[in-house]
Design a binder for this molecule. Structure first.
Ligand SMILES: [Zn+2]
Length: 307
């Protein structure tokens, strides 16, 4: 989950970073072999940041790593700097050293605060995940936060207690945030399952239909597949489909086909189906298995051992 959160932060949080990354790509081709030169610091107040020229006067990353471009930026943007701090003077050296010190300190603060933001986001993902796993209402997020705050006596002997409390307070656990986090986790899990299914050359399905407390028939479909390269076995819930009208074999077949379509599973890669043996599943002419065998005659059908 940590990797997922950090990837997500980069994806949805930092537009500017994203643009920079793109720039970096195109630059790495055009400026192959070029590096930030040490003498640029005194000449143009430019130092290196993450391998790129960084203007200490306007805190900008300069596009191209070439003396001509760095000089042009300096000459056009910072016209008065040479007059104020003449080249070779001690004032100039002092000024540039102090600018560089400030830039490094600023960068360190930014990095630290980004790490804290990521940690806080990760914590909200973990709490949302726990709520979903235990079937708790999403509104319990705020309750958990209050539990943390009410237990602050645990940190009384710690010198950084106020910082701990500040971070707990910054946790976003409203109903809406928890809902969003759970939906992001769910989307990510679906994508992971889809990519595992895509690499498997064959897979097995298991289907079971049951009625929930609201008297609605629910079709639960499981998938089992083996990665054709690593031989890693995956067994996961493929879909849960509500059958609002009837629960005949053809209705179940329709719901199952929909689930397969949503997960990009071609009928040809399904080699077996396991059911509970009910007539709607195994009926000779209109049962689910019969419907599936009309499309794939070699499909194997099993009776679930638990049933
Ligand atoms: Zn500048």
């Amino acid at each position: 989950m940590d990797r997922f959160v950090i990837r997500g932060e980069k994806r949805c949080g930092e537009n500017s970073d994203g643009t920079r990354e793109n720039k970096k790509k195109s630059r790495s081709i055009s400026s192959e072999g070029r590096r930030v030169l040490e003498e640029w610091k005194n000449q143009f107040a430019v130092s290196e940041r993450d391998g790129e020229p960084f203007c200490l006067l306007c805190s900008k990353i300069l596009g191209v790593c070439k003396t001509y471009n760095v000089k042009r930026h300096f000459d056009t943007t910072h016209v008065t700097f040479d007059k104020k701090y003449p080249p070779g003077s001690q004032e100039r050296t002092h000024k540039i050293t102090s600018l560089e010190k400030n830039a490094i300190a600023e960068q360190n603060t930014m990095r630290a605060s980004l790490n804290v933001t990521q940690a806080v986001t990760l914590a909200t993902f973990k709490i949302s995940w726990l709520l979903a796993k235990h079937g708790k209402p999403f509104t319990d997020g705020e309750l958990i936060k209050n539990c943390f705050l009410e237990s602050q006596c645990l940190f009384n002997d710690l010198s950084n207690k106020s910082e701990i409390i500040r971070r707990i307070k910054s946790l976003q656990l409203s109903n809406d945030t928890v809902t969003r986090r759970i939906s992001e986790i769910s989307e990510n899990l679906t994508e992971q399952l889809k990519s595992k299914i895509a690499t498997a050359s064959a897979l097995s399905l298991a289907a079971d239909e049951s009625t929930d407390i609201g008297d609605v028939a629910q079709l639960c479909i499981w998938v089992r597949c083996v990665d054709s390269v690593t031989f890693e076995v995956t067994e996961d819930l493929l879909a849960l489909k509500s059958l609002h009208e009837r629960t005949r074999g053809e209705d179940i077949h329709k719901a199952l086909s929909e689930a397969c379509r949503d997960m990009n599973i071609p009928a040809s890669s399904v080699v077996s189906i396991t059911t509970d043996g009910a007539p709607s599943m195994t009926g000779k002419h209109k049962g689910l298995v019969a419907e599936m065998q009309k499309i794939s005659p070699d499909l194997l059908a099993f009776h679930c051992i638990v049933h």
